[in-house]
Design a protein around this ligand. Structure first.
Ligand SMILES: [Zn+2]
Length: 70
């Protein structure tokens, strides 16, 4: 469910927690440019309607999300 590497291959959106490619300049989900390397734990949400974790994190769209974003 989560992983730790020294240099993360992805950044996370501070606004909606979506995981985006390092090269991305804005979040494809919400359009925010507030992206950060400072995140922990990735979850993949396939069916937000039926995912307790997705509900807990306020995720409404399928995708990859960071569990913690600073
Ligand atoms: Zn976003």
């Amino acid at each position: 469910m989560s992983f730790r590497v020294r240099r993360k291959p992805y950044k996370a959106c501070r606004k909606c927690r979506a995981i985006v490619d390092r090269s991305a300049e804005k979040c494809p989900y919400c359009g925010s440019t507030d992206l950060t390397d400072d995140w922990e734990g990735m979850i993949i949400v396939i069916d937000p309607e039926n995912s307790a974790v997705a509900k807990l994190l306020g995720i409404t769209k399928p995708g990859r999300y960071a569990i913690k974003v600073r």
